[in-house]
Design a protein around this ligand. Structure first.
Ligand code: NAD
Ligand code: UD1
Length: 362
């Protein structure tokens, strides 16, 4: 059987590079398109060092219509995993147009190129952030959505676009059947779309060769802890210890990045299954289904690495919620996916990446 070829947008990034490793090791051909706006080519050299295999690289912006058209003309793509996007919440509030242009317009250009090439299988990187300020703590996929910042809204808009694109198949199919009764059905390839709502991805590949390489001072908890532990930053601020949680600090559902990318492999397999046989667009949470507090993370990190974390309690960060975590039951039932790694694994692997690469990919 021919190997399937997967186009990975944003494949040089944190999650994308881990996905490349997993895809190559599973036996897929991989084509990457990345403009290196938030990554470095070195990450793909490391993918080769881990797997002995190289993705085919197109250094291009997904908003470049000609570049995408050339890519789809040169490569026989079976499915696309779409990671390319900007992801910093604070920056999205300062530069909303940049975020909508990159994330929403970029996705439109990608979808048009896919449609023109008749490639209609897509896995999209969504985020738990689309749930906004839900009133419950455990999020299931059927909660109503209500993102509260431009980054989150860009994800929610893309989800809406993808649901519309999938729904249009049914309308177009009905009118096609009325007017083209005698034509073969092969023209009717349907969109098969999986929306994966990530909770909090952390950790790194167990080789310590690829990991998260943030630009400047990190916003997210674990990258910040890693830089305090390695002496690059002096002190962690714990944003609030007066939340209604078991120790007063914020609780999140942390997921090992390797477990996360394995969810994408399972999603690719599901596209060939019954759920998607006649086209579909479905969302799945990728999370562990349980939460850890900021103090849990600090204490566990100290335990597994032997490194002390200098921290202080600071006021709450605007926009933060007290506690939420995934209901991952649907991903288990329909994708046959669940997390395998625990918090110790996540923190040990993240620390291995940080201590082997104190300057990231520099
Ligand atoms: P990342 O910034 O490390 O990777 C994104 C990659 O996309 C980078 O290599 C960047 O250079 C590339 N890129 C950005 N805009 C592009 C464009 N217009 N054209 C071509 N390449 C472009 O981010 P990540 O953490 O790997 O996240 C991947 C995806 O997952 C993003 O869409 C992000 O919003 C989503 N996500 C991430 C998290 C998280 O915590 N990391 C959580 C939820 C969702
Ligand atoms: C943040 C984004 C979210 C995005 C996710 C992954 C906000 C409000 N939310 O989620 O939209 O999908 O990153 O990129 O930015 N914390 C500290 N000190 C720090 C950093 C974080 O105490 O220096 C705490 C936070 O208050 C939170 C927890 O650690 O309770 C996790 O924070 P973080 O890693 O930034 O992720 P989220 O806020 O969950």
């Amino acid at each position: 059987m021919n190997k399937k070829t997967i186009l990975v947008t944003g494949g040089a990034g944190y999650i994308g590079s881990h996905a490349c490793v997993e895809l190559l090791q599973t036996g897929f051909n991989v084509v990457v398109v990345d403009n290196f706006s938030n990554s470095k080519p070195e990450s793909l050299r490391r993918v080769h060092a881990i797997t002995g295999l190289s993705p085919t690289l197109y250094q291009a912006d997904i908003r470049d219509k000609q570049a995408l058209s050339d890519l789809f003309a040169n490569e026989t793509i079976d499915a696309v995993i779409h990671f390319a996007g900007l992801k910093a919440v604070g920056e999205s509030c300062q530069q909303p147009l940049t975020y909508y242009n990159n994330n929403v317009y970029g996705t439109l250009v990608l979808l048009e190129a896919m449609e023109a090439a008749n490639v209609k299988q897509l896995i999209f990187s969504s985020s738990a952030t689309v749930y906004g300020e839900a009133t419950c703590q455990q999020y299931a996929e059927d909660l109503s959505l209500g993102a509260i910042n431009p980054y989150g809204r860009s994800k929610q808009m893309i989800e809406d676009i993808l649901r519309d694109v999938s729904a249009a198949d049914k309308i177009n199919h009905a009118s096609f059947m009325r007017t083209n009764d005698l034509l073969p059905h092969r023209q009717l390839r349907k969109w098969k779309i999986v929306l994966l709502r990530y909770f909090n991805p952390i950790g790194a590949h167990e080789s310590g060769m690829i990991g998260e390489d943030p630009n400047g001072i990190p916003n997210n908890l674990l990258p910040y802890i890693l830089q305090v532990a390695s002496g690059k930053l002096a002190q962690l601020s714990v944003w609030g210890d007066d939340y209604p949680t078991r120790d007063g600090t914020g609780i999140r559902d942390y997921i090992h990045v390797v477990d996360l990318v394995k969810g994408h492999i399972k999603a690719l397999a599901a596209l060939d299954g019954e759920q998607f046989a006649t086209g579909n667009c479905k969302a799945y949470n990728l999370g562990a289904g349980m939460g850890y507090s900021v103090l849990d993370i600090i204490n566990t990190f100290e335990k597994v690495t032997g490194r002390a974390i200098n921290y202080k309690i600071a006021p709450r960060r605007a926009g933060d919620l007290a506690e939420y975590f995934a209901n991952p039951a649907l991903a288990l039932a329909e994708l046959n996916w669940h997390t395998e790694k625990n918090l110790d694994d996540m923190l040990i692997d993240a620390w291995r990446w940080q201590s082997n690469n104190p300057e990231g990919y520099e």
